[in-house]
Design a binder for this molecule. Sequence first.
Ligand code: PEP
Ligand code: MG
Length: 586
Amino acid sequence: MNVADKSTEQIWHGTAVSSGVAHAVVHVLKDHFDEPDEEPISAKEVESDLARWHAALEVTRVEIEAVQKIMEDEQGSSEADIFEAHLLILHDNSILKQVEKTVREKLICVDAVYYRLMCKHMDALRGLADSYLRERFLDIKDVTHRVMRHLRGEMLQHPMFEDPVIIIAHDLTPSDTVQLDRSKVLGFALETGSANSHAAIIARSLALPAVVRLHNICDELHSGDPVLLDGDEGLLILNPSPATLAKYRKREEQSDAREDALQITRHEPSITSDGFKVEVCANAEFIEEMDAIRDSGAEQVGLFRTEFLHLEDPDGSEDWLAECYTKAVKAMAPGEVIFRTLDIGGDKVDPHASGEPEPNPFLGWRGIRVSLGRQDLFRKQLRALLRAACHGRAGIMFPMVCGVEEVRAARALLDQCASELMAEGLKIPNDIEIGAMIEIPSAAMSADLIAAEVDFLSLGTNDLIQYTLAVDRLNERVADLYQPTHIAVLRLIQRTVEAGQKAGIRVCICGEMAADIELTPLLVGLGLNELSVASSQVARIKHAVRKLNAQECRKLADEIMQMSSAPEILAKSCTLAKTKYPELFA
Ligand code: PEP
Ligand code: MG
């Protein structure tokens, strides 16, 4: 689609992955740039070319100093020191002299000369094991990218925004999301992605509209373009007309009224009409979400994804981590916060970690495998969690276990950390709940063995579906095959619930499936004790649970477990849902 007339309304259709509507200007994040060509220049052009470069260096200096100031105000001096190093690289005399000399002598445009020289410095440091030198590599890369973008008149990849914006990007990795100024972001519109990518999950957590699969929008839109993003219908509307805006205003009023009605009962317990309690908890990624979670009606945090804090500062100290976890625990008191230990890997790549990119990251070094392999990191986290548990109710669960032995190994390390802390004089509560995530088919198949070692099981259905069906949760080409109601997935869930019941421990679902109101009858019928969902969905799911009759749901589940077609299973559960709470489908 070509943007011919700047004032004409134009619509892109994508896939809605997080509901809501936002109206703002866009900010286009360019995630790569092509290497500059070695364009020849004439002797007459040398001075203006170098002046352009000096101007880019100057804008970069102002920008780095601004970020440095914010860091100083927010985090203290140690974070701000990183930017001191960036300024030294920016003003490095030998680099400045060498660039000028080469441009003058070889008559090549400054973009290529500067870029090649900085690449040479990066090449010398790339792949070194020493963590200090590796950091210098990242510093040079950061500065080079900033200068190159200014040379080309492009915006920065992770700018600070003055006004609210809708982010347009090809893709948004978890580490991109962490770096964004989230207080100014009103929504995400991405070229690629899926409902189960972490960008979509975060958008739902932060209650921001998000639309994915908007092909080529990064090329079609420019930062500053006004758009309306519709996360319910999956639309991105450039230059929305007054009539469109009026239509959306009306729709918003109606949906606000429906939402208000739902919110009235959000703090009431979620008990089915025949007295079966299904606890509804919230999932969290950021400390700043805790107030919204408390206000959502969630009784506890069923999944705190700790890797986002880690990505904010991979070298953060144990003290800093303990402080962050304590904040979360205190905010939810007297409710419990279940912290999941680091699930780094998959799409949550730590950009500071060394090593080759993984050929198949979702089947590689991820979750508990990283923690057991990097015990320095794991022990730091476990100690911080235990320290937070002294200030309120903190539970701990281990992600991506493929069997009971990993659970035993993780527990052994946790016990060691607890003993150390007690020897240091800390009084660790003896009722900290320990759980395991069931998100790999082998873990579901051995759920009875795992259940014997833990206090609760938590089904990570986002991964359980992808690993059971061999369907990459991020790959839009196979998105149709990603079926939560595939009978094989349901059998694994059923097996896990039965293992939990036999061991007398609770079983939760904290994957996105738990927030699907069409599936609530089936999940209640399968005997799940807890559903942990984005905070924006808590009131809705509690309402659904209250409208259901557990016995009727069990009968539904019994019938469904005899069926074989995923769409028919979905339709059957949905039919009961629509008769019990039609108001949620309006
Ligand atoms: C899951 O896999 O369902 C889950 C909750 O974990 P994540 O989405 O972070 O992989
Ligand atoms: Mg998972």
